[in-house]
Design a protein around this ligand. Sequence first.
Ligand code: HEC
Length: 133
Amino acid sequence: MRYPILFAVLLGTVVPVAAQDDAVYGGRAVAVTEDITLTGGEELFRGLCQGCHQPDGGGAEGAGNYPALAGNPNLAYPEYAISVVVNGQRAMPPFGDLLEDGQVAAVVRFIQTHWGNEAEIKASADLVEDARP
Ligand code: HEC
């Protein structure tokens, strides 16, 4: 008879997490907004980033030095990558004027979760807003 109580407690912890995710994106249905966000992230990476960082995130050395995003420990937390994408950094151009908060969050989420990157704390639109000058 102890199991149903335990189950109820577990459910109680899962539901607020889902609700929080929903709030971050300001969306009405978590499943739908998550889907759009992640799909958009890959498209943005393909269109804007892979020319320098390569389709497999492996980076490149030669005429320029483009750091690998694959297996990159700097992506474990979202703030640094968000700041680089919004404001630029040395030879990395800024994308803050081109992309909306949700788009920056989407592309950073994409690089945080591919090519061996498994960040637990992922980019959100709120964090992007904070990173804007
Ligand atoms: C014109 C080439 C170019 C494009 C396009 C580009 N980057 Fe970069 N990126 C760079 C360079 C060069 C650096 C290294 C900057 C430095 O010296 O600190 C960099 C650094 C980064 C870093 C920090 C890596 C680290 O470990 O310090 C991240 C994250 C990043 N880029 C993500 C992106 C994303 C996401 C996009 C697309 C929205 C993108 N970049 C588009 C050239 C580019």
